[in-house]
Design a protein around this ligand. Sequence first.
Ligand SMILES: Nc1nc2c(c(=O)[nH]1)N[C@H]1C(S)=C(S)[C@@H](COP(=O)(O)OP(=O)(O)OC[C@H]3O[C@@H](n4cnc5c(=O)[nH]c(N)nc54)[C@H](O)[C@@H]3O)O[C@H]1N2
Ligand SMILES: Nc1nc2c(c(=O)[nH]1)N[C@H]1C(S)=C(S)[C@@H](COP(=O)(O)OP(=O)(O)OC[C@H]3O[C@@H](n4cnc5c(=O)[nH]c(N)nc54)[C@H](O)[C@@H]3O)O[C@H]1N2
Ligand code: SF4
Ligand SMILES: [Mo]
Length: 695
Amino acid sequence: MCSVRCPIRVEVEDGEIKWIEGNPHLLGGALCAKGSAGPALVADDERPGQPLIRKAGRGAGQWRKADWDEALDYIADKIKKIKKQYGPEAIMMSCRGGPFTEMIKAFIYGLGSPNFTNHDSGCGRNVHHASRSVYGLGRTGLIYDIKNSRHLVLFGRNILASLRIAEVNQVMDMLEKGGRMTYVDVRQSMTGLKATRFFQVRPGTDYAFILGIINEVLKKKLYDKDFIEKYTSGFADLNEFIEPYTLSWAARECGIKEKSFKDFIGEIAQDRPQIIFHPGWMLSRYRDSFYASRALHILNTLMGNVEIKGGQLLPKTPADCGVKSLRSLTADIPRPTQERGDQVGSKYTHFDQGPGLFPLFYKAMESNKPYPIKGVICYRHDPFNCFPDPQAQKRALDNTDLLVSIDTHYSEFGWYSDVILPESTYLERDSMIVTQKGNKPRFIKRNMVLEPRLDTKPLWQMVKLLAERLGFGQYFPYETIEDLWQWQLEPTGVKLEDFKKKGFVELTDSAIAIDQKRLETDIKTPSGKIEISSTVLSEAGLPSLKEYKSPLKPPKGLFRLVFGRTAVHAHGHTINNPLLHELMPDNTIWINKRSAAKMGVREGDLVDVIAHDGTTGVIKAHVTEFIHPEAVYVVHGFGRQVPLQTRAYHAGMSDQKIQKGLLLDMDEAGGGLCLCESFVSVMRSSKNPKRRVEL
Ligand SMILES: Nc1nc2c(c(=O)[nH]1)N[C@H]1C(S)=C(S)[C@@H](COP(=O)(O)OP(=O)(O)OC[C@H]3O[C@@H](n4cnc5c(=O)[nH]c(N)nc54)[C@H](O)[C@@H]3O)O[C@H]1N2
Ligand SMILES: Nc1nc2c(c(=O)[nH]1)N[C@H]1C(S)=C(S)[C@@H](COP(=O)(O)OP(=O)(O)OC[C@H]3O[C@@H](n4cnc5c(=O)[nH]c(N)nc54)[C@H](O)[C@@H]3O)O[C@H]1N2
Ligand code: SF4
Ligand SMILES: [Mo]
């Protein structure tokens, strides 16, 4: 039901879902609220049930129902025209990232465009690039052995609400065994409640906090000297850099008690090296979040916790089990060599070229530089919900000739598109086989549990049908999903029947041994060392250790707008789910008790939230002492404006719609958008509280 893609098991009787649970072999049956709401998604008619082609202006909501041939012909025809006039690179395709992107890459590269991209500028890009700059490995290049650790330290990583089932299970096991969890946030959360230590910090000061820890760790020699000598470079630079950032300074900067900070350092001394400083996933998004994440990686290195039980592990691959990799759809497709439209790899050399950075394509659309972008296809990605300021995005998109949304729902972007291709829901489709690395690598696949209830199709069919129309159908060598599965499995020796027993195939019976010697070969930085001082960053003229700058205090009467997730929704796309809507129909804005009292705002009052350009959202106030007075907080995903989603329509407030001017406000070293860098004013709403108000 969400992009975490927990393995599930479903029971179906007479075409009806009777039971849905976490795969018992991996999750012991556990599932989250969203996961359990899958049947309501299938039954829901407030989702596109056949292809739709726009028949009035973009966003007007006037659609012509089309059959699949007509819709695919329409798209292929437009693509051909764009290709002829501007070249194939004028088409870009975006997705939600994750294991199934190979198919998207096969399509866009097969077409001859280098412009594959994804949502990650709005999600984990800073963390990804931070990890690459330290280890040469991406965000998922290290996994956390939380269950066996003694202490998990989290900065705004609300691990028990912004959840993956397997990880939650690990955290609970760790806590049950007497492990510790330290949680740092500007507000209290589900994770903070279960934590053994909680720090409420001033917004935007994580980097100071982490520098303070490093300073004390170095001063007290709480690091693993052998590990540092053997596997890292740049330790001397760190010693010099860290000097001014003392623990007392950090405590003052973050607004926390020095005594608690010292006690926490005492715990580090006891728990190391089985202590994990989580480098973040989304990581609250400030101007220095890349460096905060980088510093967390450095802390882990100081602990010497890489490739040890209870620390961070290098994920093992099929090759480690003596099994050949799955055959790859993209292996035989020549990778287009034109410059990317976002200029990642040419102008921006320190970013991962794989998916580049979506928001930079908006720049290309507006300036036609380095060349025009005229077609945008979004698969399982809603840029209007993902990146700030949809109005600014629409201005750029108005220079394009084709917008296609491939989605299970009406996304906000879909509503503005030219064509909506409805994908079958995850319960109504099969997916290709993918590899899951880990201490027991496995092949996994998704099986359709129900025939599609509406006239929808799975991705594997859509891309093939489109590619055939565009003359590169040979890159999709299958007719049925079984053909594809067999084709993929061919080199591996694994059989399709092997999936029957558990739903996945483990490539080894026992976990692959942990072995620190791997660090001699598996660290992929230019120097082959764990780089405290990064070669790639210095080549790009960027510091590896950046001087700390205190975040701006909001001017009087203004607040910093911060956001996060809730356990019962996944971004914007579950807000209209009948069951989940019942659990949480709208969001509220958290305001500190004292600030609220000054403004005369009480719990439940409607307030106006106003951006610097006057854009206003209306939302109910949640008045609490458990948020820092400089910040206000909302759950992301609400305030949707698709009229056909009657439950979600204008329910609650959207954060991204009032994050004005942030669309290209990118961290120059990390590539993530600085989503927490906006101030809003909040006041009792002047509007009639009974009325639903247009944002
Ligand atoms: N202001 C603000 N911006 C944010 C965030 C925030 O909290 N605040 N969060 C950020 C984060 S962490 C992320 S990951 C992004 C999320 O933003 P996106 O990456 O765009 O992800 P989602 O909103 O989860 O879903 C995208 C689309 O996928 C569709 N979808 C769901 N399931 C399927 C499926 O099975 N098939 C297909 N084809 N489509 C499907 C949904 O209907 C939705 O329209 O937003 C980021 N941007
Ligand atoms: N239920 C559910 N689970 C999900 C998702 C979902 O939509 N629903 N989405 C998934 C995705 S795509 C992602 S990226 C992850 C994200 O998961 P997380 O990385 O855990 O991110 P958020 O849930 O956005 O939580 C951000 C937290 O940062 C806090 N914060 C704000 N400013 C600061 C600050 O200055 N310092 C600190 N320390 N904290 C601050 C906010 O108050 C908030 O609690 O969750 C994943 N899991
Ligand atoms: S976190 Fe919940 S909704 Fe997401 S995949 Fe796992 S069980 Fe499904
Ligand atoms: Mo995310």
